[in-house]
Write a protein that binds this ligand. Structure first.
Ligand SMILES: [Cu+2]
Length: 147
């Protein structure tokens, strides 16, 4: 009789922390999926705010792609995406990231991603390469980060 109760207690001692840990991990581990649309000649949104570990998805769009140009220290840009294909990336370093559409980099089709609300590298980004109309566009987007 007493032995039976002890067995139940023993089971609870292990079960409760295991359950608590499972719930905790599932909350911490949830990373969001965010989308950036590739429209006629621009990304939407042009500035995406995400958290570390979020998956960012560019659904396929005819004639467009994603090519990362700059990001925070330690970031190594992924290979530019194929035209007309979905692309996704998980960014693990807080900071501002800058990318463009390879065929439309001169017509203002550029985008920024701010990971973890960190804009400390925005000056580096504003000095990154921009082509044609995208120079003004990049300056404008950087300006919006100041808000
Ligand atoms: Cu494009």
């Amino acid at each position: 009789m007493g032995n039976h109760m002890n067995n139940i207690k023993l089971k609870l001692i292990f079960l409760i922390p295991t359950l608590a840990l499972t719930i905790l991990l599932s909350k911490i581990g949830v990373s969001k999926e965010l989308q950036v649309e590739m429209l006629e000649m621009s990304y939407s949104p042009e500035i995406l705010y995400s958290e570390v570990g979020d998956k960012i998805i560019w659904p396929k769009s005819k004639g467009h792609n994603v090519e990362f140009i700059a990001g925070p220290t330690g970031f190594s840009p992924p290979k530019r995406s194929k035209m007309n294909k979905q692309f996704d990336v998980v960014l693990d370093i807080p900071g501002v990231y800058y990318y463009w559409c390879t065929p439309h980099k001169g017509t203002g089709m550029i985008g920024l991603i701010v990971v973890g609300k960190d804009i400390s590298n925005k000056d580096e980004i504003s000095n990154a390469k921009a082509v044609g109309k995208s120079k003004k566009k990049l300056a404008g987007l950087i300006e919006k980060l100041n808000d």
